[in-house]
Design a protein around this ligand. Structure first.
Ligand code: ATP
Length: 292
């Protein structure tokens, strides 16, 4: 795969879900999902350096673990063990992606760590192997290895690459609440029924390059749990619509909400307004990120 390096730096992009459906529960307890994943221009930066031994992680995000509980650690360990590498690695994480937000922050860091450690040691290891190792860390890691626009099925690991979604301006807002992913899925299981979003239609709209089609099909079944339980999520969605969003949706298990805008100036005004009203703790103005 190339010469070993002394140092390597890369970005780990966050994702949003343009569509998220839960089809049922598998015998192993996992949920069977059907999701349209989309990378966005919010990213962490990971820096890798060779070390004599061990895996040492540092980060500017004080609340994150730096031991074996960090998904970066698990990714690095899987690779070092598989390739019987005696040397070690130091990894620094600059965290920009909101944590526990439904934006796959930990999963994308793990995917970046698989790529970064491979580059650092010049391992002959590519996307297929990263995806296979990644699913052992988390169901969203294979998608994060791939990036861009994709349909994810199974537990999230069965991927179909899609063409880039139509360009637009995105307002992303993470309110100052913590939502447990496990709680959201448990509550969903106890609902008698729920309306399924049109994921096939979303895929069609993306293939057609129709932003209007995308906006009309935004849907996430997990909102049925989180919106009644956390009024701030509804409030942010309503406010984004009032401020001119063509459509808005919660990402993943929340609580992050994103709004799609067709005009940059409107998106910018809405960004300032959401910040001014302190509806969210972290607010970003960004675009979709294509596969790299
Ligand atoms: P998903 O969208 O996949 O549900 P999320 O955005 O909801 O992910 P993460 O930001 O990945 O959630 O974090 C969930 C938990 O994972 C955190 O509370 C944290 O303790 C743990 N974690 C481990 N490693 C990382 C990492 N590198 N970045 C963020 N969280 C991590």
């Amino acid at each position: 795969m190339g010469e070993p390096l002394n140092q390597y730096e890369c970005r780990a992009y966050a994702k949003i879900n343009l569509g998220l459906d839960v089809l049922g529960r598998l015998p192993n307890g996992y949920h069977e999902v059907k999701m349209v994943m989309q990378s966005v221009g919010i990213f962490d930066v990971l820096t890798f350096e060779r070390a004599e031994s061990g895996i040492a992680i540092t980060t500017d995000a004080g609340e994150l673990p730096t031991d074996g509980d960090n998904l970066i650690y698990r990714a690095a360990k899987l690779l070092l063990d598989r390739y019987s590498i005696e040397e070690g690695v130091r990894i620094h994480l600059q965290k920009n992606i909101p944590i526990a937000a439904g934006m796959a922050g930990g999963s994308t860091d793990a995917a970046a760590a698989l790529k970064g450690v491979s580059r650092l040691f010049g391992l002959d290891c590519g996307e297929e192997e990263w995806r296979e190792l990644g699913v052992r860390i988390g169901a969203d890691v294979p998608y994060c290895v791939m990036g861009g626009t994709a349909l994810a099925e199974g537990i999230g690991e069965r991927l179909t690459a899609l063409p880039p979604a139509p360009d637009c301006f995105l307002l992303v807002a993470k309110p100052d609440i913590n939502v447990s992913t496990r709680y959201v899925y448990e509550q969903l299981d106890s609902l008698a029924s729920y309306e399924h979003p049109d994921i096939d239609g979303m895929v069609w709209a993306i293939r057609e390059g129709s932003l209007q089609g995308v906006v009309e099909r935004l849907g996430n079944v997990l909102q049925d749990v989180t919106v009644p339980a956390y009024p701030i999520i509804r409030r942010i969605k309503e406010r984004m619509s009032e401020l001119g969003a063509a459509g808005c949706l919660m990402s993943g298990s929340g609580p992050t909400v994103f709004g799609i805008f067709t005009e940059e100036s409107r998106a910018h005004d809405a960004f300032l307004q959401i910040e001014r009203e302190a509806l969210a703790k972290q607010v970003f103005l960004t675009r979709f990120q294509e596969r790299i």
